[in-house]
Design a protein around this ligand. Structure first.
Ligand SMILES: Cc1cc2nc3c(=O)[nH]c(=O)nc-3n(C[C@H](O)[C@H](O)[C@H](O)COP(=O)(O)OP(=O)(O)OC[C@H]3O[C@@H](n4cnc5c(N)ncnc54)[C@H](O)[C@@H]3O)c2cc1C
Length: 517
């Protein structure tokens, strides 16, 4: 299959990008692939909303810029911060024109406040913002005849000069598993977009769905694409404890914004001793405050007490949390919610320019798998959906220009070799894979999580070496399976996080090593 554009990932960034291209030029042929169903990915789980300046009487670009730079610990790219924030409202209005609606109060957007924000500026749809956006974008994208949507299709590797006679430092598409057909296909394209999301599944507790295994990052690593700030993994302070059916459920920041307080299991409010902003301090500070408190008590969780929030507000703003807690016998607002911090967001990723293009020509990275410079060492809450929208539009504009340039012809793509057709199996179950995955998640959480030490990083380095050898062995002696494909990427990214963490000798933003405190 040869297309003008191959988009890998159907979260907010991949979908918004494809819609932008199609709106501008309906003749561009595109294929979008998704390793699971179209709607599965981090976007679907976003509760809080999109941070954007829309009430110009009270708020200003300047304030949002300052909040973003402060959260990013002085390491954001100020130029990027400025244009993302200034372009944000136009992108959100576009999103509304495409069918997404947000909660309103007296005909105005109802704006929420989240940690690190100096003003109320989060546009949201109840506590289901991501799901709502995802549904609107999927409904919209199905209207374009030039866009093909392929579910259960998984990126294996990018096609680069390595697979061709060219030495142009370009990307030419990807090899992709078709789970249903049980084979690996070659999809060539003039432009390839990675919008594969994050890698929260590297950790035992993560707010991300299981499929967030850093596949785009793994493929980019094998293609020698430059990445930046991988060790800057943001932990969300408040995930429900324990997991529900193996999934960690998020309690949005907006609950703390609405007045919920954190208590240790003795019932003491502890955040004030960590930061004067207490529960509304930036996420890294709150997550570390909670983790330290957990270390000093017997239980593995602390309480989030939302008793000061009116029941009506729970019903209107947080219906999913209310219902989920009720199912577990937690009756809000009177009962406190047991919570733990959980791996949430990858601030780092594939290094891209202001149009989201990576150093490999023809390869764009958008959304959570990219590093644009917006977040620096720590992401401000609700700035990621914003980043996805702004960079999707910029990448789309740039791609449309790039398609007008002289690019390889059909014969060139046809000459790229196929992947060995029967090299994939759906049915082979390699038991060791599950064990290695669990083992990796456990030691990443223990030694490469919220708190690190040099000794812990060394232990992690030895453990990742062992898993790397074992996985390589499995890879060389078996057909590729879906689980093996994910694990291979997880091992690569865990390795990079550990190695790069060892090179960081000062604490900034979400990165914290006790030896440099
Ligand atoms: C619980 C939760 C709450 C959040 N709340 C907010 C919030 O309120 N505000 C905010 O701004 N941000 C929030 N975030 C972060 C935000 O949701 C994500 O950063 C953003 O949605 C990422 O979008 P994306 O398009 O980059 O990736 P995703 O939405 O994760 O989509 C990734 C896509 O890539 C596909 N994919 C992955 N690997 C492969 C592969 N190998 N082959 C083919 N396809 C592949 C997946 O199938 C999926 O379609 C939250 C995140 C979580 C998990």
């Amino acid at each position: 299959m040869t297309k003008d554009i191959l988009v890998i990932g159907t979260g907010i960034s991949g979908l918004a990008y494809a819609i932008q291209v199609a709106e501008e030029n309906p003749n561009v042929s595109m294929v979008l692939i998704s390793k699971s169903n179209l709607n599965e990915g981090n976007t679907r789980y976003a509760q809080g909303g999109i941070a954007v300046v829309s009430n110009f009487k009270k708020d200003s670009f300047k304030k949002h810029i300052l909040d973003t730079l402060t959260a990013g610990a002085g390491t954001c790219n100020p130029k990027v911060v400025k244009f993302v924030i200034e372009e944000g409202y136009d992108r959100v209005r576009e999103l509304m024109a495409w069918g997404a609606q947000f909660d309103k109060k007296r005909k105005q957007l109802d704006l929420a406040k989240e940690a690190g924000h100096s003003e109320k500026r989060i546009v949201h749809y109840k506590d289901q913002t991501g799901q709502h956006i995802q549904e609107a974008l999927i409904a919209k994208i199905k209207n374009y005849p030039n866009i093909e949507l392929l579910e259960q299709h998984t990126l294996v590797d990018l096609i680069t000069d390595h697979h061709s006679a060219e030495k142009a430092n370009r990307c030419y598409g990807a090899y992709v598993i078709s789970q249903k057909e049980e084979l690996i296909k070659k999809i060539t394209a003039k432009i390839t977009v990675l919008s594969t999301g994050g890698a929260g599944s590297l950790y035992a507790h993560s707010t991300n769905p299981e499929i967030a295994t850093g596949d785009g990052l793994g493929a980019a690593y094998r293609a020698r694409v430059l990445m930046d700030r991988l060790p800057y993994v943001q932990f969300h302070p408040t995930a429900l404890f324990p997991k529900i059916n193996g999934h960690t459920f998020l309690i949005t920041e907006a609950v703390r914004g609405a007045g919920a307080k954190l208590l240790n299991t003795k019932g003491e409010r502890f955040m004030l001793k960590n930061d004067p902003r207490a529960e509304l301090a930036p996420r890294d500070i709150v997550a570390r405050g909670i983790q330290s408190e957990i270390k000093n008590q017997k239980e593995e969780f602390v309480w989030l007490d939302g008793s000061a929030i009116d029941h009506k507000l729970w019903q209107t703003h947080f219906p999913t949390i209310l219902a989920t807690c009720k199912n577990l016998g937690i009756h809000l607002p009177k009962d406190p919610i047991p919570i733990v911090p959980a791996a949430h967001y990858f601030c780092g990723g594939i290094k891209v320019n202001e149009h989201s293009e990576s150093e490999l020509k023809g390869l764009y990275a958008i959304g959570e798998c990219s590093f644009t410079g917006l977040h620096g060492s720590n992401r401000l809450a609700s700035n990621s959906l914003l980043e996805s929208l702004v960079f999707a539009q910029r990448a789309a504009q740039d791609s449309l220009k790039a398609l007008l340039e002289k690019l390889p012809d059909e014969d060139f793509y046809a000459a790229i070799p196929e992947w060995n057709g029967d090299a994939y199996s759906n049915s082979t179950e390699i038991k060791a894979i599950k064990n290695h995955r669990k083992n990796l998640q456990e030691f990443m959480s223990k030694y490469v999580g919220i708190f690190k030490t040099n000794e812990g990083l060394e232990i992690a380095e030895n453990r990742i070496d062992q898993i790397y050898q074992a996985v390589n062995n499995i890879y060389n002696n078996n057909k590729l399976t879906y689980g093996l494909c994910e694990l291979r990427n997880m091992v690569s990214i865990a390795y990079l996080i550990i190695k790069q963490s060892q090179q960081i000798t000062h604490n900034l933003g979400v990165f914290y090593n006790h030896d440099y405190a």
